[in-house]
Design a protein around this ligand. Structure first.
Ligand code: FAD
Ligand code: FES
Length: 245
């Protein structure tokens, strides 16, 4: 159930150009699952900023974020020992199933997939983690496969250019993705082409974050008809084949 928490920053560092890793503890938060997100109060800003959880262990949350505007500028200025106020857990979760899973990220979209990959491996699920980045210096962590737009790591192009060969080689039973909208659309359509189930984490600009303002509505096909769904409350995780693009 959603609750407000006050955390204390244990670690904050710029791990790549404009990308930060922040780790904080909050004794009131006992658990958060992969896919669920938190919403951080930023000094002087009315609307909290939503972020995925890249890891949660020993009561500590890790968030990876890209510096964009006022909110992320503020978070990047925090120091070890500073307090951070956030709401959590928010949204729904990826399903944790014993199915051979291909994880597809792109840029900062990989953040929640690190946590999901860790959980899946922890219960013995075979996974293959692939992601696309702009350049080698933007690659965030360890992957089974990474592509770069400029080809500087030897695999030139979008991760979508490699999707079909990854499916053919790895033969997943399930594909999970968190990435920009055009990548999610391709992942969802390609998964359907190969008859593989998919789960995708959508991103939409959020205002209320609790399903009231209807600012983050998308359309989904459910029970044979098209319905509205909020990314903030019904999502952010949806079945790829359900989303109306
Ligand atoms: C469920 C979810 C999970 C996310 N997880 C991450 C993450 O793990 N790491 C990360 O770097 N970013 C993540 N984002 C995007 C992140 O929320 C935005 O980059 C951030 O809110 C930008 O705030 P800002 O004030 O710095 O930028 P500004 O551009 O000044 O923001 C202005 C307004 O737009 C909203 N906004 C801007 N861009 C986005 C966006 N892409 N998505 C949603 N709202 C946006 C802000 O919340 C704010 O209300 C996530 C977004 C969602 C919806
Ligand atoms: S942000 Fe208000 S309904 Fe989703």
């Amino acid at each position: 159930m959603k609750k407000n928490h006050i955390g204390t920053i244990q670690k904050i560092e710029e791990i790549n150009r404009n990308v930060y890793s922040i780790e904080f503890s909050a004794s009131s938060l006992t658990n958060i699952e992969p896919g669920e997100y938190i919403s951080i109060l930023c000094d002087g800003l009315t609307l909290r900023r939503p972020f995925s959880v890249a890891d949660f262990k020993n009561g500590k949350i890790t968030v990876l974020f890209k510096k964009k505007g006022k909110g992320t500028q503020y978070i990047s200025s925090l120091k070890i020992g500073d307090e951070i106020e956030f709401s959590a857990p928010l949204g729904n979760t990826f399903s944790i199933e014993n199915k051979k899973t291909l994880l597809i990220g792109a840029g900062i979209g990989v953040a929640p997939l690190f946590y999901l990959n860790k959980k899946l491996k922890g219960i013995g699920v075979e996974t293959f983690f692939a992601s696309g980045f702009l350049s080698t210096e933007d690659i965030l962590g360890e992957f089974d496969f990474a592509s770069t737009d400029d080809g500087s790591n030897g695999n030139k192009g979008s991760i979508c250019d490699y999707l079909e060969s990854l499916i053919v080689d790895f033969k997943p039973e399930k594909i999970v993705s968190c990435a920009p909208h055009p990548v999610l659309k391709i992942v969802s359509e390609t998964a359907q082409k190969y008859g593989i189930e998919s789960e995708i984490a959508m991103e939409k600009i959020m205002a209320c974050g609790i399903g009231i303002c209807r600012g983050c509505v998308i359309q989904v096909k459910k029970d044979g008809r098209i319905q509205n769904a909020t990314v903030c409350k019904d999502g952010p995780v949806f079945k790829g084949e359900e989303v109306v693009w």
